[in-house]
Design a protein around this ligand. Structure first.
Ligand code: C5P
Length: 219
């Protein structure tokens, strides 16, 4: 492909989306948040009353899902499910669990794979997710594995939820982070892992500015 791609993978709460967004702005690339696409599938399963671990039931939903992406005037990625803007709805705490469960299903990953590749063929992208450097864009020009200690990631997630006015206690958030890490790392289909040629960026001790400076240096 003649387009340039930067793949950023890592566990939740490492600062992926904030940093990928800032990096994309700096480079003039389009930011693609692939977690939001999985979240939209998770939301659809939740609304349909489907058990997100029931592979057959979730697979049966897929052909009826019209999932599209767009960018608002502010440049922020928006997600649409059957025409409805679900950008807020997919951020609910409950939907994180649904997204994590449905994303372990091979049928869901297959459903979304080509879609993600097409986005990267059409434009220069900074794409973030769990398997971008390993599966979606193995030929990406720059690959970064962004991580931080689980406690640091839980603390950031907790602050984020509080800022949005959602009730959450730190211990529950930490437990959810560890549970989600375990599920993302142990699944058979495209597990979360660092690509052999990905640069490791650990943000445990770094604030956002320092983290962005580190990513810019890697790029
Ligand atoms: O990044 P975010 O937390 O929004 O992603 C939600 C869930 O989607 C993750 O827990 C992960 O299980 C899944 N995901 C994935 N592959 C991606 C992006 C997200 O499996 N490329």
């Amino acid at each position: 492909s003649i387009q340039r791609s930067i793949a950023i993978d890592g566990p939740s709460g490492a600062g992926k989306s904030t940093l990928a967004k800032a990096l994309a702005r700096e480079l003039g690339y389009v930011y693609v948040d692939t977690g939001a696409i999985y979240r939209t599938v998770g939301l659809a399963a939740c609304r349909a009353g489907v058990d997100p671990e029931d592979g057959a039931a979730v697979a049966a939903l897929l052909p009826g899902l019209d999932i599209t992406m767009g960018y608002g005037p502010d440049g922020v990625q928006r997600m649409y499910l059957n025409g409805e803007d679900v950008s807020q709805a997919i951020r609910q705490h409950e939907i994180s669990r649904y997204a994590s469960c449905v994303s372990a299903l091979p049928a869901v990953r297959a459903f979304l794979l080509e879609r993600q590749r097409k986005l990267a063929q059409a434009q220069d992208v900074v794409m973030d997710g769990r398997d971008i450097g390993t599966v979606v864009l193995p030929g990406a020009g720059v690959k970064i594995f962004l991580t931080a200690a689980p406690e640091a990631r839980a603390r950031r997630r907790w602050l984020e939820l509080n800022e949005r006015g959602q009730q959450a206690d730190y211990d529950t958030v930490l437990r959810d982070v560890l549970e989600r890490d375990r599920r993302d790392e142990s699944r058979a289909a495209a597990p979360l892992r660092r690509a052999a040629d990905a640069a490791l960026a650990d943000t445990t001790e770094l604030d956002l500015d320092q983290s962005l400076a580190l990513l810019s240096k890697i790029v």
